[in-house]
Design a protein around this ligand. Structure first.
Ligand code: GLU
Length: 455
């Protein structure tokens, strides 16, 4: 049962930082946010979190957008944080006036030393607010040395409680958190404050993000309050683990959407997996995105760590392709240079492919010239004599193999391998029962006779 209230003016945002490619973990957050929004009839916003001017790159923004579109996502509005500096400035001023921002003069090295000393005394590495105790003389001295302040948000030391859509009730106490830095030494604002100001300005009602943001959320809630706004509803998704439950390896964790796309995966297999992984519902291969939306229920997501198995993606991919009708797939076959491939070929070959490009192997081995391997020509001649006449059916292979077996006394590998080698020039490949039909009588006959020509 859907437990989420029906929202009027529901608005959800996905807020990637364009400092790299979108990897599977981020893509999952994006998809879940989007499916949630679309399933509830809300508005979806793409917000580019590019406050880190040094690491943010236009090419990453372009790649992120094309990855999201590849998945089938769309958005109703888009904003970039770099275009909103004036808005941030006025709100930051408001926080300064209210005494919620204070200047700090520690260098990164001094802060690091503090942290190490706290840890060695078994104390949590929480900022000690030394900056609040600085005398005017000390501040003057720092400024004369050329030190520029960074600014921290002064958290109220009180309970912070919210009801998370995925994790249930979450409690923090302000005193257990470090006052977050909101403004760098060069005066530029950092993610936390920009994110909160944007969420307020764009009237975001729900924030779906990874559980690595839980303690940020505790700080953000106080920032929303300090700016006189109501915090949105939060859903913190557990981060993906590998299939054994361990941390995703660098290789898999950093798998980008672009790599999945280049690897020939169907976007719907990624969507199908992400819509269900980590929920109480079984993973299904969905054949269209509307059905995914119609069946999506964010209340099914749990706190348990979802296990990401790339092989599962492949299985879903295969299933989705196996359901595709020839007419649907035809334009893509033309795109990959298989304009001649017809419905009959598709229907026989499709249960045997995992990715669309696999169909090419079938096509090549069935229709393009091969160099048959014939080691025992006597055996192959006997097989040729027994090759059934047309029309062929799905039983043709079985009938032929049985006849050859009866005549020659061969069985198992001794029987199949020379036939495969003669018919395909390879010692592995798709099931011969299927392949034989695709090769067809004329090609099969020619291949079985090829040693005669060669002789
Ligand atoms: N840019 C942040 C990130 O990628 C956004 C987090 C959020 O959704 O607020 O982690």
């Amino acid at each position: 049962m859907l437990q989420i209230e029906i929202w009027i003016n529901m608005k959800v945002r996905f807020a990637p930082s364009p400092t790299g490619m979108l990897h599977v973990g981020n893509a999952r957050t994006a998809l879940i946010s989007w499916l949630f929004t679309r399933s509830m009839g809300g508005e979806f916003m793409l917000r580019i979190d590019d406050t880190d001017r040094l690491r943010s790159k236009d090419e990453y923004e372009v790649a992120i957008e094309s990855g999201l579109k590849w998945l089938g996502m769309d958005w109703d509005l888009k904003a970039r944080q770099r275009d909103r500096s004036d808005i941030y400035e006025s709100k930051i001023e408001q926080l300064k006036v209210a005494g919620r921002l204070y200047p700090c003069y520690e260098t990164p090295e001094e802060l690091d030393l503090k942290r190490k000393s706290q840890l060695s005394r078994k104390l949590p590495p929480i900022y000690d607010r030394e900056a609040l105790e600085l005398s005017d003389d000390k501040i003057k001295a720092y400024e004369e040395q050329g030190r520029k302040p960074h600014w921290r948000f002064k958290l109220n030391h009180e309970a912070i409680i919210w009801n998370d859509m995925v994790r249930g009730e979450i409690k923090f106490d302000g005193k257990d958190l470090s006052d977050p830095v909101l403004i760098r030494e060069d005066g530029s604002p950092l993610y936390h404050i920009c994110s909160v100001i944007d969420d307020i300005d764009y009237e975001i009602t729900h924030v779906v993000r990874g559980e690595d943001h839980v303690s940020n959320t505790a700080c953000h809630i106080q920032m929303f309050e300090a700016l006189g706004a109501k915090a949105p509803i939060f859903a913190h998704l557990p981060l993906l683990s590998d299939k054994e439950g361990g941390k995703l390896s660098k290789r898999i964790g950093s798998l980008s959407l672009k790599e999945l796309q280049d690897d020939g995966l169907e976007p719907l297999s990624v969507v199908s997996l992400m819509a269900r992984l980590g929920t109480s519902d079984p993973i299904e291969a969905f054949c269209d995105i509307k059905t995914v939306i119609d069946n999506f229920d964010i209340s099914k997501f749990s706190r348990g760590t979802p296990k990401f198995d790339p092989d599962e993606l492949l299985r879903l991919n295969a299933k989705i392709l196996h359901e595709r009708e020839f007419d649907e797939i035809k334009p893509r076959l033309i795109e990959i240079g298989l304009a001649e491939l017809d419905a009959e070929f598709w229907n026989i070959a499709r249960p045997n492919i995992e990715k669309l490009l696999d169909i090419k192997d079938w096509w090549n081995v069935a229709k393009n010239p091969v160099t048959p391997i014939i080691e025992d020509s006597e055996f192959i001649e006997q097989a040729l004599e027994l090759l059934p006449e047309c029309p062929w059916s799905k039983d043709t292979w079985k009938n032929w193999a049985n006849a050859v077996k009866a005549k020659t006394g061969r069985k198992g590998k001794q029987l199949f391998m020379p036939l495969r080698q003669a018919l395909t020039g390879m010692d592995h490949g798709p099931e011969l029962s299927e392949l034989l039909l695709l090769i067809g009588y004329d090609n099969a006959k020619e291949r079985l006779q090829s040693h005669k020509k060669a002789a």
